[in-house]
Design a binder for this molecule. Structure first.
Ligand code: CP
Ligand code: NVA
Length: 319
């Protein structure tokens, strides 16, 4: 920690930060991204080390955190369950005590949210959720930043204004992404239309929202998409739920975001998917590879927002 920056924070779920902290992070993400695009060096994290612990597979999360940390002048240690003592039953509390004595920040991708909470409770340094069964806050941070880039600031709107009052349709599984969208809707003042097959609903108690009106539930995914500003979906089977794959393929057959579904949204509606995607399952190739899709910007923005996040957690507010 920088001297004077004594208030250690973790980022374990979206609701760990307030709206005004998000306004700050979106502002910093834009500055950091612009510098990167202009090939300007920005190395505020020299001599800082990030430990990344993966108990599940990853492409985007690993590359975005690793590249981002190096670009900011720091270095990275990469651990997985298989190549560390985590896979040989070392208690999570002991792992947290040890790892956090040697690094400055930890990114953890794991199964139950309680596991990352136990890790954080025994960590001397900030812990970032890189995805759990319940939440994926870094992804929603990137998604919101992507929405703002595409739909905000045209008439001088600030980032939060651009999100307030908007409607996002969640089509598919009531999973970690859906729970995190719900927290974001609650904190940032937009509405989430949710349509899931029966038996795969979002449980608002998991998200712990303060304003239940931020969620509207629809039986029909078509009805959920009517008039919305953004349509978003995710895989039918998340990591850790592979045993349910066959059952899910049957249950989710009508929850494919296709051109007909997109045509019910606003004309300027965007399409997002956190990726990896399965064309022909949760989304048609026509939609994900079509003009309304911003999935590649969304993936790239993981790196820019996470650089802003690490800067904030390690250095506090700049300026
Ligand atoms: N969206 C996302 O988190 O991708 P990875 O699983 O590849 O990290
Ligand atoms: N819901 C998906 C997201 C992958 C980035 C999963 O948890 O596997």
């Amino acid at each position: 920690m920088k001297p004077g920056h004594s208030l250690m924070k973790h980022y374990l779920q979206f609701k760990d930060f307030r709206a005004e902290e998000y306004a700050y992070l979106f502002e910093r993400s834009a500055i950091i991204k612009k510098r990167f695009k202009n090939y300007e060096r920005y190395t505020p994290l020299v001599d800082r080390t990030l430990a990344m612990i993966f108990e599940k597979a990853s492409t985007r999360t690993r590359v975005s955190f690793e590249a981002g940390m190096y670009q900011m002048g720091g270095s990275v240690v990469h651990l997985t369950t298989g190549d560390s003592q985590l896979g040989r039953s070392e208690p999570i509390e002991d792992s947290a005590r040890v790892i956090s004595r040697m690094v400055d920040v930890v990114m953890f991708r794991t199964f139950e949210q309680t596991k990352i909470e136990r890790f954080a409770a025994h960590s001397r340094v900030p812990v970032i959720n890189g995805l759990t069964n319940e939440f994926h806050p870094c992804q929603i941070l990137a998604d919101l930043f992507t929405f703002i880039e595409h739909r905000g600031a045209r008439d001088g709107q600030d980032a939060l204004e651009c999100l307030r009052g908007k409607t996002v349709a969640w089509v598919g599984d009531g999973n970690n992404m859906a729970n995190t969208w719900l927290q974001a809707a609650d904190i940032l003042g937009f509405t989430l239309h949710v349509s899931t097959p029966s038996g795969f609903e979002v449980d608002p108690a998991v998200a712990g929202v303060s304003n239940p009106a931020c969620q509207k539930v629809f039986k029909s995914p078509f009805a959920a998409c009517e008039g919305v500003d953004l349509v978003t979906t995710d895989v039918w089977t998340s990591m850790g739920y592979e045993a349910e794959n066959e059952k899910r393929i049957k249950a989710f057959a009508d929850w494919c975001v296709d051109a007909q579904m997109m045509s019910l949204a606003r004309k300027d509606a965007l399409f997002m998917h956190c990726l990896p995607a399965h064309r022909g399952e949760e989304v048609s190739a026509e939609v994900i590879d079509g003009p309304q899709s911003v999935v590649w910007d969304e993936a790239e923005n993981r790196m820019h927002v996470q650089k802003a996040l690490m800067e904030y957690l390690l250095l506090g507010r700049i300026g």
